[in-house]
Design a protein around this ligand. Structure first.
Ligand SMILES: [Zn+2]
Length: 134
């Protein structure tokens, strides 16, 4: 009997946790979208500001490179965040995509969009998800 009570409590706790992660993921997605559109706006302004000489031109292309690089990273992260939101809907959230083991709460708290457990992430070594130093 005690076992079923604690099971129910775990279930309720998991649901609250999931809601917490879902909110965190939505917030992160909004942040990323806002950051990308802000960068786009800055880029348009930069384009309107026509460089007056060669030195400015090379400086501008360097800034464009940084902008593209940063935007690509944001886009990549946004996709991971959206993937995690889909996993919440599909009830596969918090389970490692590689070994099917549950991902630790500590890791999910640090990286709510984590797709792999720490061990698999290290084995893959993709580096697309920030490490939480586990
Ligand atoms: Zn794993």
């Amino acid at each position: 009997m005690a076992r079923s009570i604690s099971k129910d409590m775990n279930k309720a706790g998991a649901k609250t946790k999931l809601d917490h992660y879902r909110k965190a993921l939505k917030r992160k997605a909004e942040d990323l979208r806002r950051s990308m559109s802000a960068q786009n706006a800055a880029q348009i302004v930069a384009r309107l500001d026509v460089p007056s000489d060669e030195g400015d031109l090379s400086q501008q292309s360097h800034e464009e490179w940084i902008f593209l690089n940063r935007n690509t990273l944001d886009l990549k992260l946004l996709r991971e965040v959206e993937d995690a939101l889909r996993r919440i809907h599909g009830s596969s959230y918090g389970v490692c995509a590689e070994c099917s083991e549950p991902i630790s709460a500590k890791r999910l708290d640090a990286v709510p969009w984590a797709k792999f457990c720490v061990r698999c992430q290290e084995a893959i070594g993709a580096g697309t998800v920030p490490s939480d130093d586990e």
